[in-house]
Design a protein. Structure first.
Length: 447
């Protein structure tokens, strides 16, 4: 796999640029009584497929998967339409359910809203038992609502801290070897300070500040602090009492304290040029970081704020349109798309953790002993979106049609806290706004 730093960053943006689409989603209504079960159909004929147009290597992998499916049998022909990723979610949102394709890709956090708005069908009756069994537990958790699966992904995502071994050793900083000895928040802060003391500009940390924090990056990148502090963005449809706890406020006060040691990283090169020793970011930066640092690159878990280290997870996934008249053929296409050949081709193209157990185990990057084994280890301990215990690690963003409000209000609070606001007050304000929105929308209940 050879993805340059520019491509890596674009892949990151593809995975995380949800802010405008999610804002559009927030205005959607819901609660119609339309049946959302796709019709089984004959299992033959032409099916329509929509996907986001990601980086060129991703689009090529997808086009090849469609060609391979079409040439492998004569019963079903898949017709692929690629839509620019900046417009993709807005296009689904604006399209009537009856006009949506048989098979469509969607960004993970948007799934619940599309289910709520009767645009996605449950896929359990249409994909094979083999396909479902080979999906990783984290991928299945991201795609499940109320005991039904509405999506499965070809790949997943994860967060960690990349370290520069040379700079860590020079500062005498000991660092974790895996999840079992993750830094505590205090140990991480101490490491940041020690490294800064050895640095000419006193900046030792990259938090991808240039992405902005009042964005989906703010939620994806730093909700793990909330979860690791024993809190949650939402529990049983409420934010008050889980988002605004004293432990969460204290944890985000610690986050706030890191600003003094953080390189704004406006050029994107803080870590690759050795200006900082630590970078808090996701799997997508591995190609650029590995190329720049070689054997000096180490991959570490996020710090533990008391409830165990946590990471975000989830990315683009695939489902069946609720208006499809040919669910059987759509399922056959998904079985093909989610086989190891196509999953491996896609994850070789974008560097993400494979979404199937067998492809993940065979991945040169993510297999046991591979350079990114940590990400696989994290995804092997999924929490889902609600049962966030000390022993699980990979947390799914809240599976609710109200997610656009949750992410908007949390990320706004995070940005204000980073800018110097009182964490307790900012979190209480966010929790009140989230709960008011949920109250106004009958809790976004999905029948």
């Amino acid at each position: 796999m050879n993805i340059g730093s520019r491509t890596s960053r674009r892949t990151a943006c593809t995975a995380l640029a949800l802010v405008l689409p999610l804002a559009a989603l927030a205005a959607c209504g819901g609660g119609s009584t339309t049946d959302t079960s796709a019709e089984q159909g004959s299992g033959t004929g032409t099916i329509t497929v929509w996907a986001h147009q990601g980086v060129k290597a991703e689009s090529t992998a997808l086009q090849n998967a469609v060609k391979s499916f079409n040439s492998s049998q004569k019963k079903v022909k898949a017709k692929l339409t690629l839509i620019p990723d900046a417009d993709y979610t807005k296009t689904i949102t604006a399209t009537d359910a009856s006009k949506l394709p048989d098979v469509m890709e969607f960004d993970g956090p948007t799934m619940a809203n599309f289910v709520y708005n009767k645009k996605l069908a449950a896929i359990d009756d249409y994909v094979s038992a083999k396909t479902m069994a080979n999906a990783t537990d984290a991928i299945k958790a991201e795609g499940e609502i109320g005991g039904k699966h509405y999506g499965l992904g070809m790949y997943d995502s994860g967060l960690g801290i990349y370290g520069n071994k040379k700079l860590l050793d020079a500062a005498g900083v000991k660092y974790p070897t895996g999840l079992s000895d993750a830094w505590t928040a205090a140990e991480f802060t101490d490491a940041v300070k020690k490294l800064a003391a050895k640095d000419s500009d006193g900046k030792s940390l990259d938090l991808q500040e240039a992405n902005g924090y009042a964005t989906e990056w703010g939620t994806y990148g730093f909700a793990p602090i909330v979860w690791s502090a024993g809190g949650s963005l939402l529990k049983n449809g409420k934010a008050e009492g889980v988002l605004d706890t004293p432990a969460v406020a204290s944890a985000l006060k610690t986050f706030q304290s890191w600003k003094a040691y953080t390189d704004p990283n406006t050029d994107g090169n803080a870590f690759t040029k050795g200006r900082v020793a630590l970078s808090w970011v996701g799997h997508w930066m591995y190609p650029a970081y590995s190329e720049a640092l070689g054997s000096d690159l180490v991959v570490l878990p996020l710090p533990d704020f008391g409830n165990g280290p946590k990471t975000g997870q989830g990315s683009w996934a695939w489902g069946i349109g609720a208006g499809s008249k040919n669910g059987k053929a759509a399922g056959a296409f998904l079985d093909s798309l989610l086989d190891d050949t196509n999953v491996t081709a896609m994850t070789t193209a974008n560097g993400a953790p494979p979404g199937t157990k067998s492809a993940l185990a065979a991945s040169p990057l993510y297999k046991q002993g591979g350079p990114l084994q940590l990400f696989a280890d994290q995804l092997a301990k999924p929490c889902g979106d609600s049962d966030i215990t000390k022993s699980c690690v990979a947390v799914t963003r809240p599976l609710t049609a109200g997610y656009p409000t949750v992410t908007a209000k949390f990320s706004e609070a995070l940005a204000s806290i980073y800018g110097g606001a009182d964490p307790k007050g900012a979190l209480e304000k966010a929790a009140r706004a989230i709960d008011q929105d949920f109250s106004d929308n009958a809790g976004y209940k999905i029948p």
